[in-house]
Design a protein around this ligand. Structure first.
Ligand code: HEC
Length: 449
């Protein structure tokens, strides 16, 4: 209510052009959230990059995006007002009158660049990030052909040889954090979900063969989590800090459904075997089953026992393992065979042993035989998924584990987390076979060591 009153009282002043809006404070956040998906260095629609002041000044095919002091003649204003067609943002909800007023006011006031020096973007496709220390690893995924291991970095995805013997390529994008990575079953698409905290959420859709960003979809005002791809590769599910699950078309990036039945952040998603339903888990403690076609809520999968952070599905069955705050991995049937009762737990197949810390990552091996559990422990415990007995513990991490991935042949387990190292284990014996830092560290740091 308060926020609304503030906005309402500012609006006339802005419309009258009395308040000089700031590029950095007022305009840039609009462009980040609603435009950069299609106008960034890796995807420059109409030749236009809207991620930095310099790029705006350079403009696109039709010339500079603004003319200082002349909003009515500025392409930016013409396109968001619909005076030039097609109206921007293309195919999405138009900007509000207030947002347009900010842009107009900034251009009318001389279109100054007030970006603080410390906030200048020094990262681009040909100037990848420089690291002084290994960044926290929040996501990992093996390519289905078993050749590549994709690892999250800061502002980029790093593609490594699957045995950790070398870096293949660096895919630089706009999101500071990538919380989740998934390959389509045929390996043709690599999806990363993340964002820049308190600014925007983004789903990146890459072609791993060429290293080209096929789509970037910006959604919500905060980071996204828990991306998964339907078994046929056609849909992407992702969770948000706005308590929603979004379903996107994997080739166009178009939003197909917004599922809003969680009451807190959604941190994990997984499709059922036939791709028609989706299970999502989140901080509201619930694992919810929804129809992927209509977005309709079907049922609660679990009994509530603590915030949930992770979900993984058996490779061939509609059985999921969930885990989080209460440290116990629970294996549930996705569907209820009996009539639903509130707070009944008849779909619980098995509880795995309680972990030493919160659970942050789960993986089910592609051969269906193992479930790996990681978190604040910090070790990854691998269980026989039929008996629930511990088969091996993978040790070596110095702090929390946020990402676990099995190789397609189920013989290797890759893990990553707070200490910034990727560790590759023999999944059957728990033996550590490789330990490496996935980013190039700057010389200054290397010589000090
Ligand atoms: C879904 C993709 C998409 C989004 C989101 C989007 N654009 Fe565009 N934009 C395009 C495409 C495609 C064109 C080329 C349109 C044409 O010429 O037919 C374009 C063209 C433009 C142009 C003309 C550039 C030139 O020199 O030719 C401007 C200015 C522009 N967009 C501004 C914006 C702004 C501002 C936003 C956010 C409010 C935005 N766009 C969001 C896809 C997008």
């Amino acid at each position: 209510m308060r926020a609304f009153l503030l906005v309402a009282s500012w609006l006339p002043a802005i419309l009258a052009g009395e308040t000089g809006a700031s590029y950095f404070r007022d305009v840039r956040p609009i462009l980040q959230r609603q435009c950069q998906g299609c106008h960034q260095p890796a995807v420059k629609s109409s030749g236009l990059d809207l991620t930095t002041f310099d790029a705006l000044e350079t403009g696109g095919k039709r010339g500079p995006a603004f003319r200082a002091g002349a909003p009515a003649e500025s392409l930016l204003v013409k396109y968001v007002k619909g005076d030039a067609q097609p109206m921007m943002p293309l195919g999405a909800t138009p900007l509000t009158a207030e947002q347009i007023a900010w842009i107009v006011s900034w251009i009318a006031g001389g279109a100054k660049n007030d970006t603080p020096a410390a906030a200048k973007d020094t990262i681009s496709l040909d100037r990848p990030p420089v690291y002084l220390q290994p960044p926290v690893i929040s996501a990992l995924a093996f390519s289905p052909d078993g050749k590549t291991l994709a690892v999250s970095g800061y502002r980029e995805l790093l593609l490594h040889k699957a045995d950790g013997s070398g870096l293949i390529s660096r895919l630089v994008g706009q999101s500071e954090r990538l919380n989740s990575i998934a390959y389509s079953a045929d390996g043709s698409t690599l999806v990363a979900a993340g964002g820049t905290p308190a600014r925007f959420g983004e789903v990146q859709i890459w072609d791993p063969a060429t290293g080209k960003l096929k789509r970037s979809v910006t959604l919500t005002a905060d980071t996204l989590f828990g991306a998964s791809i339907s078994p046929d590769g056609k849909e992407i599910a992702v969770g948000g800090a706005d308590n929603s699950v979004r379903l996107l078309d994997a080739s166009s990036g178009k939003e197909l459904q917004k599922i809003g039945n969680h009451e807190n952040w959604v941190l994990g998603t997984v499709f059922g075997v036939d791709g028609r339903r989706v299970v999502s888990v989140g901080r509201d403690q619930a694992a919810k089953l929804s129809d992927a076609g209509s977005g309709a809520f079907l049922e609660n999968v679990n009994l509530l026992r603590g915030e949930l952070a992770a979900v993984a599905r058996h490779p061939k069955k509609n059985v999921v393992v969930i885990g989080g705050e209460d440290r116990v991995p629970y294996v549930y049937l996705m569907d209820r065979p009996k009539v639903m009762k509130i707070a009944d737990d008849t779909t619980l197949v098995r509880k795995l042993p309680r972990q030493d810390g919160l659970i942050a990552a789960l993986a089910w091996s592609p051969n269906g035989k193992m479930i790996a559990v990681g978190g604040m422990g910090p070790q990854v415990n691998v269980y026989d998924s039929d008996s629930g007995t511990l088969s091996v513990s993978c040790k070596g991490h110095e702090a929390g584990i946020y990402a676990i991935a099995f190789s397609p042949a189920s013989d290797r387990l890759a893990t990553g987390g707070f200490d910034g190292h990727v560790r590759i284990y023999n999944a059957a014996t728990g033996e550590l076979v490789k330990d490496f830092v996935p980013v190039p560290l700057s010389a200054a740091v290397t010589t000090r060591e």
